[in-house]
Design a protein around this ligand. Structure first.
Ligand code: GLU
Length: 485
């Protein structure tokens, strides 16, 4: 049997790391087995589903490199791939179950159900449908209908227990008597999640259902539906939870978790994908840094972990850094440009080669692309906007000697080059009467407005003679202003 897996998000908000990991594992499994990766949008909740959320999910999946084979914008022979476009199919199956007596119409109103729920909760009993409409007589149904009540359709749970095998969790067993007859078709004619999913998974010939373990209890209900509908069961693999650093389920409380956030924060899709892959999966040989291609080769359902994974933002940063490492030249430039522009950096007039060299100077120091503009302000800012510590340094008496010496040294060369840099610095040391840190720190403060940054030689070469002279003038001007206050 060929592998067919699906990722089935509800387009009610942004794609978060938990769902992205589910998508990734489905994708990896499909790719390594030459199978099909389906994207299905579970948008039957019309009030909460939005086209923007759908667009966002598609965009995020593509950014991560998880292109689907069948789904929205990729028609296949099992479509449509939006549940809102499949309502007729669900209705047909629900009518069939009604006819066979596996389901019945329920006339309870939302208010009545909510009241009962609250009563159970108050008594400390888990709420469950009490079966009030299970055996209605035709006359009773007529009365309800005449009073204007709309009916939902409930599945009749007769099983005492439900058993299934899970590829991660092993043998699972649920008590059918604690399940309660559940809704398969709501009174507005839309299908419930459990019902739509079973019909879709069966009709789309899904072979493996890989999803979060928060769906385990749903799976028990779904297994019952598979049985009465006469569909073959797929294999199930339920992924262990993702926890925050404090070991509670990962949520907004732990900071931003949307994939879009990580993209905007300058993470590479390769870095994020690599990190997500290790949330609940590990390779046999302990390898940690993977390309997507390597993940496709090495991923295995057998090595999915049963215990929860902890989302560690620091490790994600470290991993992103590892993926940044392999990038250079124009590729680095293409990645950095949007972040440089966004930060308002002036790129005009800077030759490409100089920008590439500038990136090279700071590339190894950053965790994410969004940290680059800040590291390059010394080059991209026209004026001199020092940090307080640098400003203090620049205002010191001995720094005036450094500035003076620097001007004089620069006048003796046409341009700063790798060849004349060392002699130039030696000359400057002599003129200023300073060496080592005492020379480098004020010099760095003057040139960059910072007390840390790329090697001084790189700073000199990147700025070039003209810019350094301009910078020196800005510093002098600023110092003069400070003094006159
Ligand atoms: N729409 C469900 C969710 O987003 C999908 C669950 C499933 O994969 O069956 O949680």
């Amino acid at each position: 049997m060929s592998v067919r897996v699906r990722f089935a998000p509800s387009p009610t908000g942004a794609l978060h790391v938990g769902n992205a990991r589910t998508a990734l594992f489905n994708f990896l499994f499909a790719r390594q087995s030459g199978g099909t990766f389906i994207l299905r949008l579970e948008d039957t909740d019309r009030e909460r589903s939005t086209p923007e959320a759908e667009r966002g999910i598609l965009e995020d999946l593509r950014w991560l490199g998880l292109e689907w084979d069948e789904g929205p914008e990729r028609p296949g022979k099992f479509g449509p791939y939006r549940q809102s476009e499949r309502l007729e199919t669900y209705r047909r199956y629900a009518m069939d179950l009604l006819e066979k007596g596996n389901a019945y119409r329920c006339y309870c109103t939302d208010e009545e159900l909510e009241e009962k729920r609250q009563r159970s909760l108050a008594k400390g009993i888990p709420p469950m449908y009490d079966g009030r409409c299970r055996c209605l007589k035709p006359e009773e149904e007529q009365t309800f209908l005449r009073s204007g009540r709309a009916a939902s359709v409930r599945f009749r749970v007769n099983a005492r227990s439900v058993e299934f095998q899970d590829l991660v969790k092993g043998a699972m067993s649920f008590d059918g008597r604690k399940m309660g007859d559940f809704v398969i078709l709501r009174s507005d004619g839309t299908a419930s999640y459990n019902f739509a999913v079973v019909i879709d998974d069966a009709r789309m010939e899904v072979s493996h259902v890989i999803r979060g373990e928060d769906h385990l209890a749903n799976t028990a209900r779904q297994v019952l539906l598979y049985q009465v509908l006469g569909f073959a069961l797929p294999q199930f693999a339920h992924l262990a939870m993702i926890l925050g650093p404090d070991r509670t389920p990962l949520s907004k409380r732990h900071g931003a978790t949307a994939v879009a956030h990580f993209r905007e924060a300058g993470y590479l899709p390769e870095g994020l994908v690599n990190y997500l892959a290790l949330l609940g999966w590990s390779s046999e040989d302990g390898q940690e840094i993977f390309s997507l291609e390597e993940l496709i080769k090495k991923f295995s359902l057998k090595r999915l972990s049963r215990s929860p994974a902890v989302f560690d933002p620091e490790k994600l940063k470290w991993m992103n850094r590892a993926h940044l490492k392999g990038i250079q030249g124009e590729e680095a430039l293409d990645l950095a440009i949007p972040f440089l522009r966004e930060s308002g950096g002036k790129l005009e007039g800077l030759p490409k080669s100089r920008l590439v060299a500038a990136l090279e100077a700071v590339w190894e120091e950053v965790d994410t692309l969004s940290q680059i503009p800040e590291r390059l302000t010394f080059l991209l800012d026209e004026g001199w906007n020092p940090e307080p510590e640098a400003q203090t340094l620049a205002g010191k008496e001995e720094t005036q000697r450094v500035i003076q010496g620097l001007k004089e040294e620069l006048l003796s060369v046409e341009e700063v080059t790798p060849e004349n840099y060392r002699p130039l610095l030696a000359g400057l040391a002599k003129r200023a009467g300073l060496t080592g840190r005492n020379l480098y720190m004020p010099l760095r403060a003057v040139l960059t407005g910072r007390t840390r940054g790329p090697e001084l030689e790189k700073v000199f070469l990147l700025l070039g003679k003209e810019k350094i002279l301009k910078r020196v003038d800005s510093v002098l001007q600023r110092n003069r202003k400070e003094r006159s206050f």
